[in-house]
Design a protein around this ligand. Structure first.
Ligand code: 5GP
Ligand code: MN
Length: 325
């Protein structure tokens, strides 16, 4: 997909809204805040707002964090709405505003949103992160250390500190360019990615301890129920990283992590190593994501969810075996 002329598209706008997906992660927060800082600097006459659900406090180190508005209220017409790191159906409370905006721009890297859901789309599924894509659209004269740091955080989170298979030579070149701006990048990784609270580590420990390995060791699943979440006073923000760690179990191709969101309702995270396209599986259950990392919400018991997902994993693994036979 061809790059868009970001500043040209926003040049005459009086009111610009930036938003991303529900339960915003590092890439979503990093891209939205980088875009916010950039547009405020490049187009000082425009009113720019960021609408997001309240992100994890670890992202308070990003400039512009305090400008995040979770009220989703705006006076008058929106000239440009930038939906970042998601398709329109994952904008949550911002979806209606997106629908009524004069110009809708969608920048994303999810394969499940390959066509884009704006009037103007820039969707590159092969790219590591929306942050990397967003940076590629910036005119470098406006980029400063705060913007570089926001972009870097987005990239760090979606690539697992440049370790997942979505990390490309271009990703690393961009990262190299970004750290030249001079922010404290080891601290950024430590404070926003690696550091866990005691409760988060307790939940991680429980998830690992109670995990079940099946399908001859090729699959691993673990779940956390509502009672346990309540005991630790935890939310989805406290569960980041669990599924990635489950995936690193030797011999495992596919990891499933789920947590109870309501009566017979689970939010499911899927990760794969090499063969299984988990975005296809998540899409079958109304979700989406990437080839190696995807998610969905499933109604039913824990066992129903595991059975239904593992059937799809088995099907894909069988197809791979047949191809190699
Ligand atoms: P996670 O498992 O970390 O929540 O999500 C993995 C990837 O799948 C992320 O890129 C996330 O944006 C995407 N994803 C997670 N849940 C959903 C969902 O319900 N629908 C869609 N379309 N994408 C999801
Ligand atoms: Mn992303």
């Amino acid at each position: 997909m061809e790059k868009i002329q970001l500043l040209e598209e926003c040049r005459d706008a009086k009111k610009i809204i930036i938003s991303g997906h529900v339960r915003p992660d590092g890439d979503c927060v990093g891209s939205c805040l980088a875009m916010y800082l950039y547009l405020k600097k490049a187009l000082p006459q425009a009113q720019v707002k960021v609408f997001l659900e309240e992100p994890s406090e670890v992202f308070a180190c990003i400039a512009g964090y305090d400008a995040i508005d979770s009220s989703y209220t705006v006076d008058g017409e929106v000239d440009v709405f930038l939906a970042l790191d998601c398709e329109k159906t994952r904008l949550g409370e911002a979806e209606e505003l997106f629908a009524s905006a004069k110009k809708r721009i969608n920048i994303d890297h999810h394969v499940s949103n390959a066509r884009g859901s704006g009037d103007i789309n820039y969707v590159v599924p092969g790219c590591s992160s929306t942050a990397e894509l967003v940076y590629g659209l910036f005119e470098k004269e406006y980029v400063d250390a705060d913007i570089a740091k926001a972009i870097y955080i987005g990239m760090v989170h979606d690539t697992g500190v440049f370790s997942y298979s979505n990390t490309s030579p271009a990703t690393l070149r961009t990262a190299a360019e970004l750290i030249e701006y001079g922010f404290d990048f080891p601290a950024v990784i430590d404070k926003t990615f690696s550091e866990k609270t005691y409760a988060q580590n307790q939940l991680l420990g429980r998830a690992l301890l109670e995990s079940i390995i099946f399908m001859g060791g090729r699959c691993i699943v673990s779940a956390i129920d509502k009672k346990t979440l309540d005991f630790y006073n935890a939310t989805s923000k406290d569960l980041e990283g669990i599924v990635s760690l489950l995936r690193t179990t030797k011999g495992v191709e596919c990891a499933i992590f789920m947590y109870e969101t309501g009566n017979l309702e689970y939010k499911v995270s899927l990760r794969s190593c090499k063969y299984v396209d988990v975005s296809k599986i998540a899409a079958l259950f109304g979700g989406g994501g990437h080839v190696r990392a995807a998610g969905c919400t499933i109604n039913g018991t824990f066992h129903d969810a595991v059975n239904n997902i593992s059937k799809q994993i088995e099907f894909q693994l069988k197809q791979c075996e047949d191809m190699n036979a």
